[in-house]
Design a protein around this ligand. Structure first.
Ligand code: NAD
Length: 259
């Protein structure tokens, strides 16, 4: 597997879940992977297991990105994967009526500000070569409203749109720096744990969560990683400003459609 041979790739939020799967797959495809995360012990353990490099990076912090730019001034691929729902610590009001401004902003700081800072770094680190790939992990929730996770949905919609601005800006400059977004549906990662819980009700909750998904199952992080490999590779040199859904068919239809 050599689809990313020799490419220097940074993946954010890669200590676990989708980011970890992307880092592992990129490594297997021959890339030099720098796995980054806020969670240093988990990030270091994941990097050791994969056989790649770990670097602490909080995507919200401009200074962390500046340090990365100093140490990794030339880059082929950035995956802006780090993201939060705002529900990690348990039930918090995230509907449009009751969400606090602080909770709204906290989600946007990671998902949107973090992606903006990542794209800005990547452009600077790719423009000398005039080529590269930025992959932004948005969500299916960036394409539809989510009443109970309004900040998450709004921030992911903004990521989708910012990806297109970045794609067009780079094209305007005459650079082959591509930027695309991925929109996963329900992918079974630790992000779901607070919602799934333990005990006998877990299986029933899982079934209910994917009842409307045409493929009737959660996706796997490795299935998202496969899409990231395509977007990062030189097989996708005419793909920019695009959005790829990977959701078991969820967005292909509508509950209002006739059967
Ligand atoms: N799992 C899904 O069903 C699903 C669906 C659609 C989109 N996504 C998106 O995919 C991405 C990865 O999701 P996941 O399910 O693997 O989540 P996860 O919660 O399992 O992992 C997220 C990782 O991001 C890290 N992180 C959080 N805040 C950070 C910060 N400020 N700086 C750096 N790292 C930070 C966490 O430490 C963790 O390792 C997220 O952007 C998420 O919104 C996930």
């Amino acid at each position: 597997m050599t689809r990313l041979n020799g490419k220097t790739c940074v993946v954010t939020g890669a200590a676990r879940g989708i980011g970890r799967a992307i880092a592992a797959r990129f490594h297997a495809e021959g890339a030099r992977v720098i796995l980054t995360d806020l969670d240093e012990p988990a990030g270091a353990a994941a990097a050791a297991a994969i056989g790649c490099t770990f670097r602490a990076l909080d995507v919200r912090e401009e200074s962390d990105w500046a340090h990365l730019a100093r140490d990794v001034p030339a880059l082929d691929v950035l995956v802006n994967n780090a993201g939060v729902t705002g529900l990690e610590a348990g039930a918090v009001a995230h509907d449009p009526e009751h969400a606090t401004l602080a909770d709204w902003r906290a989600v946007h700081r990671v998902n949107l500000d973090g992606t903006f800072l990542g794209c800005r770094y990547a452009i600077g680190a790719m423009k000398a070569a005039g080529r590269g790939a930025i992959v932004n992990v948005s969500s299916r929730s960036g394409m539809v409203g989510v009443p109970g996770a309004a900040a998450y949905a709004a921030s992911k919609a903004a990521v989708r749109n910012h990806s297109k601005s970045v794609a067009l800006y780079c094209a305007q400059q005459g650079w082959a720096i591509r930027c695309n977004s991925i929109h996963p549906g329900a992918i079974l990662t630790p992000m779901w744990e607070p919602m799934l819980g333990d005990g006998p009700a877990r299986a029933e909750r899982m079934r209910a969560l994917v009842a409307d998904t045409p493929l009737r199952r959660f996706g796997e992080a490795e299935e998202v990683a496969a899409v990231a490999v395509l977007l990062a590779s030189d097989e996708a040199t005419y793909l920019t400003g695009a959005e790829l859904t990977i959701d078991g068919g969820l967005l292909a239809g509508s509950a209002a459609a006739p059967g």
